[in-house]
Design a protein around this ligand. Structure first.
Ligand SMILES: N[C@@H](CCC(=O)N[C@@H](CS)C(=O)NCC(=O)O)C(=O)O
Length: 318
């Protein structure tokens, strides 16, 4: 892993706070917004924007889900990086199934896209990246904001009015998002990258408390907000779908498996079987990425055999 400092790529150590051994995720730095207000640089246009993703990454996965649910596939192009993220960071090698290379500029590394957008940039080089092909600028590298743009900014173009962030539910969605982000989406990383027993214990305890809370909630309702499918569900799904293949073993989140939570497991299958969402799930990228790239956790880079999980099993939820 490395990072950019003043536009220069530096190889460095993982982002663990030396003080208490806990994992600390940095804020994303590109935070522009696509909308049709007159003075905005980033207007909604077909063919103008491009997503760089990894199929391994749960944050990138959200953006692919919204791209498909909102019928943006033919309007926003996508490139898929190689799952191995080592000292040069994300790269565009094509010698792994369902990677694409950089079809826009033919670059070798994702950090080159960041430098092209801002020559003196200092940041971690993360996926997803939403690029404006017209200006070569990065619109956003923050998945939670990219999905909200996809949710509404292109509606006139696609005529798809599905709304996963409805006004009347926003104040109820926010606290659910926050708990799931802190203890589960990011919680698996906090557990996995802990370098002290205390920080691991704290992260993994909160994580399983949240899974119990969700399992209980989903015993009496179909989705997190009741009967309405919202962004809260789509922010949770990428973590759940990776749980038994990656987080359970690699990040030591092994108190229980996802499939041990009756309702949460059925809910995961329900979401998997929604529309074309199943086509966005490529767990072999995730397995390869996590076990091979995190040498501090898995120094011999052995990729485990992993369970066979049938996400197509009927879920009987309605
Ligand atoms: N806040 C970002 C986080 C994205 C993120 O951390 N992506 C990971 C992959 S799962 C990454 O690219 N990490 C590279 C690094 O931190 O150097 C988002 O939600 O978009």
């Amino acid at each position: 892993m490395g990072q950019l400092v003043n536009g220069v790529w530096l190889k460095d150590e993982p982002k663990v706070s030396k003080k208490n051994g806990s994992f600390n995720r940095k804020e994303s730095i590109f935070r522009n917004w696509i909308n049709d207000s007159k003075d905005n640089d980033f207007q909604p246009e077909s063919g103008r924007y491009h997503l760089y993703v990894s199929h391994a990454c749960p944050w990138a996965h959200r953006t692919l889900i919204f791209r498909t649910l909102k019928n943006l596939d033919s309007h926003i192009s996508v490139d898929v990086v190689h799952p191995d993220m080592l000292e040069d960071g994300w790269n565009f090698a094509k010698n792994f199934n369902e990677t694409t290379g950089d079809s826009v500029y033919g670059k070798k590394f994702l950090h080159e896209i960041y430098i092209q957008a801002k020559a003196d940039v200092s940041c971690r080089v993360t996926v997803p990246v939403l690029l404006d092909k017209k200006s070569k600028k990065i619109v956003s590298n923050e998945s939670s904001e990219i999905i909200r743009m996809f949710n509404s900014s292109f509606n006139d173009l696609t005529k798809n009015k599905l709304d996963f962030w409805p006004k009347e539910l926003r104040t109820s969605i926010e606290p659910i998002n926050n708990r799931i982000y802190e203890t589960l989406n990011n919680g698996v990383y906090k557990a996995g990258f802990s370098t002290t027993q205390d920080s691991y214990d704290e992260a993994v305890t909160k994580l399983f408390e949240t899974m119990e809370w969700l399992d209980n909630m989903l015993s009496s309702q179909r989705y997190l907000l009741g009967s309405t499918l919202t962004e809260a569900d789509w922010r949770l799904f990428p973590t759940l779908v990776r749980f038994d293949s990656v987080y359970h073993l690699h990040f030591k989140c092994n108190h229980k498996r996802l499939i041990d939570f009756k309702h949460l497991w059925a809910y995961t299958r329900d979401l998997y079987q929604t529309g074309s969402v199943h086509k966005t799930v490529k767990l072999y990228h995730a397995t390869r990425h996590y076990y091979y790239s995190h040498k501090s956790i898995n120094p011999n880079q052995i990729i485990p055999m992993n369970p066979t999980i049938d996400f197509n099993e009927p879920h009987n939820r309605s």
